[in-house]
Design a protein. Structure first.
Length: 160
């Protein structure tokens, strides 16, 4: 049984696309990897790796490099998912814009289903969550349904 190449690897196995995927996978796990480390990993020269990474950035496959922060160490030990639904369905669908100023909201996803959006939020405590929910309801004129995260086994996994 043969497998067909994925859209990110149209040329199939054993190609330069494999090298690009290996570079992207390595950088997704360690954005601070040096060009020397990358070159050793994929078996190319440092200058060739530098060119490939630059092309991957130009093509939009690599969109940035980020530091991962430990929310708990920053005093944001409570994570929750907040589903929001407009109170008045005739109102403009502008909840993401109305909520953008709330820094406790880490992510906003438009979803299919009963709710319009699901927000990932991080706060210090249940009291902080209660205050944030009031701010969300007021700012966006929505109802909320909240699920508190008890533990996280993995998060922000790279797609490669």
């Amino acid at each position: 049984m043969s497998s067909s190449p994925s859209p990110a690897d149209p040329a199939g196995p054993g190609t330069s696309a494999d090298v690009d995927r290996a570079l992207m996978a390595t950088l997704a796990r360690d954005g601070r990897a040096s060009y020397t480390e990358l070159a050793e990993r994929v078996g190319l020269s440092v200058s060739a790796v530098h060119q490939r990474v630059r092309r991957l950035e130009q093509r939009g496959l690599i969109t940035g490099y980020h530091a991962r922060l430990d929310a708990r160490s920053l005093g944001l030990g409570l994570t929750a998912f907040v589903s929001i639904t407009p109170i008045d369905v005739a109102q403009p669908d502008d909840a993401p814009a109305r909520l953008a100023h709330l820094t406790e909201i880490e992510a906003c996803h438009s979803v299919a289903g009963a709710e319009s959006y699901i927000l990932k939020v991080r706060v210090a405590s249940p009291d902080g969550l209660e205050v944030l929910l009031q701010k969300i309801r007021l700012a966006a004129n929505v109802t909320t349904r909240t699920t508190v995260v008890l533990s996280t086994f993995y998060e922000d996994r790279p797609p490669l």
